[in-house]
Design a protein around this ligand. Structure first.
Ligand code: AIR
Ligand code: ASP
Length: 280
């Protein structure tokens, strides 16, 4: 398998990249247990208790997996971008599950209990909100609007209110206060970061996990933050640089994600990502 690995044009130049890893880590990888496989990621048991290895696949799905494709190189870019955002959040005091990146497609994260909600923050109307409320996409909202969806693929992640969340016990009132404050801090951080590289953060989705520290529960940002889970528009041209490129057939998804990564300095500015290669 190793012999067949091929590199993306920019891989060797990626900051701190040490792939391929020594065989020790590889042999551990071969034996480890799969905990969960989702649409875009696989979770494996981590090397120490309380850790998980999060593997980013190239699979892209939309409209609750009615539309599916494999986008070569997407997993590598999302692994790097999620690392970049989560590291920054950790550094400014917003706790996340991220521990460290292991290789091109994997990162070590803290195991946590995922709260069964998708937390969506919107700065500009788009997507399902535009449809639901008849607001033109791109309209600036009077203030950031936070929405909650029940994480359930069979039901298509339906929008729910805090009434549902409280009544069904998905999260406590204290959790909801903490979730709101985390979501707004992530929004401020991500909006500012993106603004600095000429990108408007239209909206994004995060997931929140619960960890226990000395028996006290604490909420942290989990899952991923990447162009799969955000809407990112170029400030000047309005060009979409996120998963809508795939959802709406607007061109090359890896070109769009590479552009975001390049602007943020996650991959070198000069990297010319022609056609990333499938890497396992
Ligand atoms: N999102 C929601 N479920 C999965 C994802 N990735 C993200 C979308 C978008 C935001 O949440 O990528 O950034 C709002 O999505 P929608 O479809 O409700 O407008
Ligand atoms: N990834 C989800 C799906 O497969 C939602 C989306 O991003 O559109 O439907």
């Amino acid at each position: 398998m190793l012999a067949t690995l091929r590199r993306l044009p920019y891989e060797g130049a990626m900051r701190g990249d040490s792939f391929p890893r020594p065989s020790l880590e590889r042999s551990h990888m071969a034996r480890r247990n799969k905990i969960y496989e989702g649409k875009a990621k696989i979770l494996y048991e981590g090397p120490e208790p309380g850790t998980i290895v999060q593997y980013f696949k190239d699979d892209a799905t939309a409209f609750n997996a009615q539309k599916k494709d494999v986008i070569e190189g997407k997993g590598v870019l999302n692994n790097r971008l999620s690392e970049f955002f989560m590291t920054g959040l950790n550094q400014i005091g917003v706790p996340t599950h991220f521990i460290r990146r292991l290789n091109m497609r994997e990162q070590l994260v803290r195991a946590c209990e995922i709260i069964p909600l998708e937390i969506i923050v919107r700065n500009f109307a788009a997507g399902s909100m535009s449809k639901r409320l008849g607001i033109e996409e791109g309209t600036q909202l009077p203030r950031p609007i936070v929405e909650y969806c029940f994480k359930n693929d069979e039901l298509g992640d339906p929008l729910v209110t805090e009434e549902h969340i409280a009544a069904f016990g998905w999260a406590s009132q204290q959790d909801m206060d903490d979730i709101l404050s985390l979501a707004l801090r992530v929004n401020d951080y991500m909006s500012g970061l993106m603004y600095g590289v000429g990108i408007k953060l239209i909206d994004f989705k995060i997931e929140i996990g619960r960890v226990y520290e000395n028996d006290y529960p604490r909420l942290i940002v989990a899952d991923e933050i990447s162009p799969d889970s955000c809407r990112l528009w170029d400030i000047e041209t309005g060009q979409k640089l996120d998963k809508d490129v795939f959802r709406r057939d607007l061109g090359s998804l890896t070109d769009a994600y590479s552009e975001v990564a390049r602007r943020l300095g996650v991959i070198p500015k000069t990297a010319n990502v022609i056609k990333p290669t499938l890497i396992n």
